[in-house]
Structure formats: C-alpha cells, structure tokens
Design a protein around this ligand. Structure first.
Ligand code: PLP
Length: 401
C-alpha cells in the first residue's frame, strides 16, 4: 500500500489495510491508581457502612475544592441530580422549562420527571451549545416559564454570562446539565459555580468516573441542604418526609471509585486537550470538517471529540463517514442525533420542526474515539484514517450510497 502526500493510501472500504484491525472503541475506562482504589474499597468494606458514610463526604469535599464551590452533594447519577435540583427550584405543574434540543435526552427527561414541560431552543453554530438569544426568545414566548437549562456539550463551556442575563431577565433559575464538564473552565473559572446549580455525571463515559454517580455543585447553602434531604426520600432524619424525594444516594463503594479520579484530574484534562489539538492539526485544512471546540481562553474536558461535517464539501455525510470509519475498525457515535426535540419521547410536544440550526448540526456531528490514557500515536492514526477517507470521498460515496 503506497501513499503520496496529496493522495493518502486507500481506505479499508476500498481495499486498504484497516487503521485498527483489532478495533478501536469509542472509549476505554482505566481506573487510575488501582492500588489506592483497592485500599479505599477495602476500608469501606471493613467499615461495614456501605451508604451514608464518610467516603461520600470525602468525595463531596474533594470535588468542592476542585470546582471552587462551597457545596457539592453527591447523588446516584446526573439525571436524578437534575430532577432534584429542578424540583427544589420550583419546576412542576407542567410549566415550561427552556433547554437545548442539542443535548442528551436526560436533560429533558429530568425536567419531565420534575413535572416541567420541555421547550427546546436552538444551538449556537460555533460550538453547538445553547444559543442565548434563542433561549431568551423562547422564554419570552413561554407561559410562566419555570427554569432555563443549558448543557456544556462535550465539555465546551456555555456562554455562561449571557445565559445568566437571559435567565435573570426572565426571572427564572438557570440550571446546568454539566454531565460532561467536570474539569472544564470558562475563562479560567471552573465550570461548577455557574447558575443556581451544576450537575455532573460520573458514569463510565465521563472524565471522572464512579461507575454510576452524579455531583451537584452549588453556591446556594439552602439548596444544598434541601438536596441532602431530597436524595434521601425527602427524609430530614425523622422519617417524617418533607416532600416526595428520591432514593438518589451515592453508595460508599461508588464514592470510593469516584474519589480515585480527583487527584490528577487537571493533568488528565490537559492531556485530553493535547490529544484534541493533535487531532485538529492532523485534519486541519480538510474541506468540510471542523471540530466542536471551546472558545479561546476556555478549557473543555473533551468528554467527546466531535467532528462537524459539511457533507456537501466533505464529500460524505456523518452517517457515511461512520460506516467508512467502522471499516477502519474505528468506533464512532452521532452525539447527539437525533436531537431531543425529534425523539419519539417528545413527539407529543409538537416541537420537532422548530429548530433548523439544531437539525442541521445534529445531522453533521460524528464523535470519534478518545479516552484519557489514549496515546498520541492512536489519536494520530485515527486522524490519518479520517484524512484517508476524505481524500477518497468520491469513490467511497459510490460504494456507500
Ligand atoms: C448531557 C448529559 N446529561 C445527562 C446525562 C445523564 O447522566 P447520568 O447517566 O449520570 O444520569 C448524560 C449521560 O451521558 C449526558 O450526556
């Protein structure tokens, strides 16, 4: 197989050697410092206390320090954390909650379970985070809106200043779905302290992992107190429940796993940024391809490394590119396609046609493999496969269509 500088070797679908014959998964979780983790787990088991114990408290304190916020409340997962924050913020009674259509379904599900009605708003062309101007318009048009939600998509920090102005002008609380954002920074400030609360996920595809888990970060002491009761059925301690809460506690075992990721987190985020930058350099100049990137001065966790493809110019759609990558052994996902306003769960809301920018962007995204311990050579090889595919897009198109 030979290649020339202007015409790289053949892609696998056209008879070339696959980039990863053994396959390259989208993500690979490798727990840092296994010995420390086993010691922590052993201590939990020895204590005989598997829930409501000191390990959760230690995780909360460590996360609060990293996020530079006064309060962190650990929960069983991000979805439950969002539900409880929205409940505490007064969402309910079918009142509108404005949120991006370009997000994971759990953002909308949380609002639904809290008793709100999702109203979907547009994404920004640049980085696919919530468009503040469109959110403002949807809030203005809504009947007694209850809250504004925004997602730091892939870890890209939202327009936090503008969104706060929009929420303040509408008189609603701003709640961040920060599932992807543990370690992101907006202009040097850690994501975690914006809005009324930010809710992180510690599920296995994330940058800090508890197995399953979530963290609510807030500057509001009263909210933090309410959430500690809410995650325990609404029980303030005497079993005379104050409101219908959930069992959304994080177990001591999950907290032990989660704690293990806190030390060294900034370094791991920096490594992911360097991998993304290396990928970006290798694909720079390819027609019809750009990356979902944070604004200059911001830091993304790159929970996902996502390509935004202009199919006309790139020569292949996101879906076709995914199939071509599959032949190279490279796993990919179309995060987030379909966008939430188009998912069957929300068809009854009649908002499927409302978001043309989101539709176009959701049709253009393709997330490629990236994990914290990935080495530069693997990233480079992935980028080279993308280059190879684009260079032969014309012939690949004929095979794929
Ligand atoms: C944007 C977003 N929000 C919420 C969630 C749900 O997180 P969890 O699985 O911790 O409930 C996810 C999960 O991937 C997500 O991507």
């Amino acid at each position: 197989m030979t290649s020339t500088p202007d015409r790289p070797a053949l892609p696998a679908l056209l008879g070339g050697e696959p980039a990863f014959p053994a396959g390259l998964p989208l993500t690979r979780v490798r727990v840092p410092d296994r010995a420390a983790l086993l010691a922590r787990l052993g201590a939990v088991l020895d204590s005989g206390q598997l829930t409501n114990g000191p390990t959760v408290a230690e995780l909360e304190e460590g996360a609060a320090e990293l996020l530079d916020v006064p309060h962190v409340v650990a929960v069983s997962n991000c979805t439950a954390g969002l539900m409880l924050v929205l409940q505490a913020a007064g969402v309910g009674g079918g009142r509108p909650v404005v949120m991006p259509g370009f997000t994971f379904s759990a953002t909308a599900h949380a609002a639904h379970w809290a008793g709100g009605a999702p109203v979907f708003a547009e994404a920004r062309e640049q980085d696919i985070t919530l468009d503040p101007a469109d959110a403002a318009a949807r809030l203005a048009a809504a009947d007694r809106p209850a809250a504004l939600m925004a997602t730091h998509v892939y870890g890209t920090p939202c327009q936090t200043e503008r969104l706060q102005e929009v929420a303040d002008a509408a008189g609603v609380p701003l709640v961040y779905d920060s599932a992807h954002g543990f370690g992101s920074r907006r202009g040097g400030v850690p994501v975690g302290g914006f809005g009324l609360a930010e809710v992180f996920s510690m599920s296995p595809t994330k940058v800090a992992v508890a197995g399953e888990g979530g963290l609510v970060a807030t500057r509001d002491a009263a909210l933090a107190r309410t959430l500690r009761i809410a995650r325990d059925y609404g029980n303030p301690g005497d079993y005379d429940t104050l409101f219908p809460g959930l069992n959304a506690r994080m177990s001591e075992l999950h907290a032990a796993v989660g704690l293990n990721w806190l030390a060294g987190l900034p370094g791991r985020v920096a490594h992911r940024g360097a991998l993304a930058a290396a990928f970006g350099s290798a694909v720079a100049g390819l027609p019809g391809l750009r990356l979902a990137l944070p604004e200059p001065g911001d830091v993304s966790t790159f929970k996902d490394l996502t390509l935004i493809l202009d199919a006309e110019v790139f020569g292949l759609s996101a879906e076709e590119s995914a199939r071509a990558l599959k032949a190279e052994g490279i796993d990919s996902r179309r995060y987030f396609h379909p966008p939430v306003q188009r998912q069957r769960a929300y068809a009854h809301l009649g908002q499927a046609e409302n978001l043309p920018v989101t539709d176009r962007l959701a049709g253009s995204v393709l997330t490629v493999p990236m994990w914290t311990q990935m080495d530069a050579a693997t990233m480079r090889r992935t980028a080279d496969a993308v280059v190879r595919i684009q260079s032969h897009a014309d012939r690949l198109g004929a095979v794929l269509r």
